[in-house]
Design a protein around this ligand. Structure first.
Ligand code: UDX
Length: 431
């Protein structure tokens, strides 16, 4: 099938590259000329495991092409995905200016039937507005459909999430749109949920908010565990094996971050307000997360008594492993607090460098975990990168000024570390 994807960001590029790999002919459109020029040379705008190979193969086999011209994108396809950014406005609502601009451009160049699919995370009723905008700006009457196909991919595992999703959600309102999208996704062999457009739009925000709620729930339980001497990981195991609850997204830690959860949660609270409903539950999810990040920073302070003049080694800056993304990462809040209290910080992250330098000019970036530990009063874990799991702890103990580990991702088993002479502080692990 001939596909176009407008927006070569995280969702758009993965979508385009994966569809090309499945044998479709894909035109990627982005108005960022530098990004397109780089992509043509195989340079990706961000790190995502496996994506470089996929893009390289797509380009080599001429199934994946790039352009800055939306006209070209509209001209060459049957299905056009809108995957442009929907950043957060100061009010918390999603900024739909890019989506609207794309809808207008589509209208200008439309000639013959096209199926326009929202892939960006958008508030409910956006589909309606996209259709209205296209109709309004069309030069002469043309047949088209609008559909919603929300994406559930996670950074770091985006390709697998695309190729083997738990389900595909299709919000459609015509037989033609349904048939086209079902045919496109059928080869994946996964359940396809067909809904109306508004329900599909709601599913995306509801799913992300629900997952954020699970994390805040377990983080609140972690607070209780710390106060009464219980272990949150055992509690998570005990409740998670109940199939009605499920074990995933029940890992307590220094709070959730990333470009999706905080933004989508905020947007969903906002959408609810606009629809006349006060979604108090989600406000609590947001506030528990803020408290969790703060409480983690205070945990480090308690372990060190006074922060001023102390050196702290940080392992992990990305909001989660296997990404170079630091947007809304809990590490930002924690570093801000510790530096604000006068601590000197050294950090190592396998992927994040440029953004950390920009945000924290005083942060010393290290080449490996051992350099971050050298001379530090404490080692703080903020991202559970695999390579932090098996460190040479004897060496770390020699390098640290104080053998203290504050583990914001409960990455380590406390007992062996304590046996080696470390003071170990986790999250929700009995204080
Ligand atoms: C999320 C959704 O999972 C995905 O479906 C959607 O399309 C985009 O948003 P992503 O932001 O890539 O994906 O990351 P995810 O793996 O969901 O983690 C989000 C945050 O929650 C991270 O900061 C992570 O550390 C935190 N988290 C996750 C926890 O604190 N505990 C958990 O148990 C799980």
């Amino acid at each position: 099938m001939e596909l176009s994807v407008v927006g070569a960001g995280h969702v758009g590029l993965v979508t385009g590259a994966c569809f090309a790999d499945l044998g479709h002919s894909v035109m990627m459109v982005d108005n960022d000329a530098k990004r397109i020029a780089n992509l043509k040379r195989g340079i990706l705008p961000y790190y995502e495991p496996g994506l470089e190979e996929l893009v390289e193969r797509g380009v080599r086999e001429r199934r994946l092409r790039f352009t800055t011209s939306i006209k070209e994108g509209v001209a060459t396809c049957t299905i056009l995905f809108i995957a442009v950014g929907t950043p957060q406005k100061a009010t918390g609502e999603a900024d739909l200016a890019y989506v609207e601009r794309v809808a207008r451009a589509i209208a200008r160049h439309l000639s013959g039937y096209r199926l326009i699919v929202e892939k960006s995370t958008v508030p409910v009723q956006t589909g309606q507005w996209v259709a209205h905008t296209i109709r309004t700006y069309l030069k002469r009457k043309q047949p088209f459909d609008v559909a919603s196909n929300p994406e559930f991919l996670r950074e770091g595992t985006a390709i697998e999430d695309f190729m083997k999703p738990d389900r595909v959600v299709l919000g459609v309102e015509s037989k033609r749109a349904k048939e086209l999208l079902c045919a496109l996704y059928k080869p994946l062999g996964v359940p396809i949920v067909v809904t109306d457009i508004k329900s599909a739009e709601l599913i995306k925000h509801a799913a992300n908010s629900f997952l954020a709620m699970k994390i805040s729930f377990i983080n609140a339980v972690a607070q209780l565990c710390e106060r009464c001497g219980a272990d949150v990981q055992q509690v998570a195991e005990g409740i998670g094996l109940d199939r009605r609850i499920g074990r995933s997204f029940l890992d307590a830690g220094a709070g959730f971050g990333g470009y999706c959860f905080p933004k989508d949660l905020e947007a969903f609270i906002n959408i609810s307000e606009q629809l006349g409903y006060d979604f108090e539950l989600l406000k609590a999810v947001r506030s528990i997360n803020e408290q969790q990040k703060r409480s983690f920073a205070l945990k480090i302070q308690r372990a060190l008594w006074v922060l001023k003049g102390k050196t702290i080694g940080v392992l992990g800056l990305a909001f989660k492993p296997n990404t170079d993304d630091m947007r809304y990462a809990p590490s930002i809040d924690v570093i801000e607090y510790l530096q604000g209290e006068g601590a000197r910080l050294k950090a190592f992250d396998p992927q994040v460098t440029t953004e950390a330098k920009r945000l924290f000019p005083k942060l010393m970036l290290c080449q490996d975990p051992y350099e971050a530990a050298r001379g530090a009063d404490c080692l703080v874990i903020l991202t559970e990168w695999n390579e932090f799991k098996e460190l040479d702890f004897k060496r770390l103990k020699r390098l640290l000024r104080q053998p203290l580990i504050v583990d914001g991702r409960n990455l380590y088993d406390p007992e062996p570390l304590r046996a080696l002479g470390f003071r170990y502080v986790g999250v929700g692990r009995g204080g």
